[in-house]
Ligand binder design. Sequence first.
Ligand code: NI
Ligand code: MN
Length: 220
Amino acid sequence: MNITYNGHSCFTLESNGKSVIIDPFLKDNPSAKIKPEDVKVDAVLVTHGHADHLGDAVEIAKQNDCQIIAPFELVNYCTERGAKGHPMHIGGAHDFPFGNVKLTIAFHGSTTDTGAVGNPCGLVVTMDNTSVYHAGDTGLFGDMAMIGPVDCALLPIGDNFTMGIDDAVKAVGLIKPKLTVPMHYGTWEIIEQDPYEFTEKLEKTGAKGRVMKAGDTIEI
Ligand code: NI
Ligand code: MN
């Protein structure tokens, strides 16, 4: 699987000719290297309704004629705006042509410009036997220990709205992924963090971390 970081919490996962984008916050994302119109994907996955995650999801889903996969209430918001959607909810998994998606809990909020749209989630995406856990926005919680095994974890480290570095290190201890990539930091001053402090702290625990810059692709 190829994982491309598009800045903030936006990643593209690609395997065997199929691809999905997660939390496509591009137009208003100062670190994004691509525009919504550049995105070619088979599905758009969204963890919650906040603008820095829902982002350009409706536009991207429409231009690709593909589904938005998200919690039920958030999918309703998107289909009301003309996108196709596949509603899911926490604890549920489903097989799609590109792979399997399972929704996990996330402790956070989920509002859009019109108000609350249900609960936020995390995502486990499995494509061709490779699995990635995208935590969405969340604080640390002990049940992360039940999410794995996964090959890669994408975890917020920005603090203030989500876990900070030290809680994210604890999260890795619970999830035990083969590799962890930090996200949701540096986009604005309030979530400024040194991602290398995170990967150095991870290394001391024996876990592996990788800092990606917007536009970077890794193969896992
Ligand atoms: Ni949020
Ligand atoms: Mn956020």
